[in-house]
Design a protein around this ligand. Structure first.
Ligand code: SAH
Length: 232
């Protein structure tokens, strides 16, 4: 049903653009092509339902969009890149920090992951939990909380993705990675100079890391519930 909605052509055009972006950024990312499974996941998720109603017609532009409360829904190419770096196998347990409106969580679920997602702004957590349930993403569990401590109850995770930039990867997230698991996180200052980093936990318990691409994310915050307009 989703594949034939009125946005299906926009979604296809977006996928073409993301494929072009993968080619253009290959010298940084070492990923010259959009993974087939990630492409199918992007094709299956109705992004227009995750953006505020007045932004539906630009939902498939390859740009981040404001969702209220000073937050954004990430650029689709970045969602595709982070999803590819996680290298998900169906059935993997994945922790997301920064649910926002839930789009990345839906893409991870479409890849077959069992997703646990934490959002520090209560209103966004409630809204995305409701939307994901309405759309039958039963594999996603959203909770309101500060991601600095991770979510130990469901650890270890085969993948952890952080969708806000931290000065350094929080130690709790490194600890909650399974052997062979990957943490994908933008690292760097609040404004400018951030790098998307991919950290892999080796079988011996140590970590290998690679800086993948310069990026610009909203900050990983500890301030709860600043006043502001709501999303959707
Ligand atoms: N994953 C979203 C992107 C949301 S933007 C997508 O699919 O587009 C990043 C989100 O991280 C914001 O909603 C912000 O409120 C949240 N965030 C920032 N710091 C956080 C923290 N310490 N714990 C949990 N969420 C946090």
């Amino acid at each position: 049903m989703i594949g034939t909605d009125r946005y299906a052509a926009d979604r296809e055009a977006l996928i073409r653009q993301i494929e072009a972006q993968f080619r253009e950024t290959a010298r940084y990312t070492a990923l010259p092509e959009l993974d087939e499974r990630v492409r199918e996941a992007l094709r299956s998720v109705p992004r227009h339902l995750f953006v505020p109603a007045h932004e539906r017609d630009v939902a498939y532009a390859d740009v981040p969009l404001p969702i209220g409360r000073g937050q954004t829904i990430s650029q689709p190419y970045i969602v595709a890149l982070m999803s590819s770096l996680l290298d998900i196998t169906p059935g993997d347990r994945v922790l997301e920090i920064g649910t926002g409106c839930g789009y990345q969580a839906a893409v991870l679920a479409a890849l077959g992951a069992e997703v646990y997602s934490l959002e520090i702004i209560a209103e966004l957590a409630e809204r995305s939990a409701r939307l994901l349930a309405e759309l039958d993403y039963d594999e996603v569990t959203v909770a309101h909380g500060d991601g600095h401590a991770g979510w130990p109850e469901h650890a270890p995770y085969q993948g952890i993705v952080v969708t806000a930039a931290a000065p350094e990867p929080p130690p709790a997230l490194l600890e909650q990675l399974a052997a062979g698991g990957r943490l994908v996180i933008p690292v760097g200052p609040r404004a400018g100079g951030q790098m998307l980093r991919c950290i892999r936990r080796r079988a011996d318990g140590g970590y290998s890391e690679r800086d993948v691409l310069p990026v610009a994310f909203v900050p990983f915050t500890r301030d709860r519930d600043q006043p502001g307009p709501a999303c959707a």
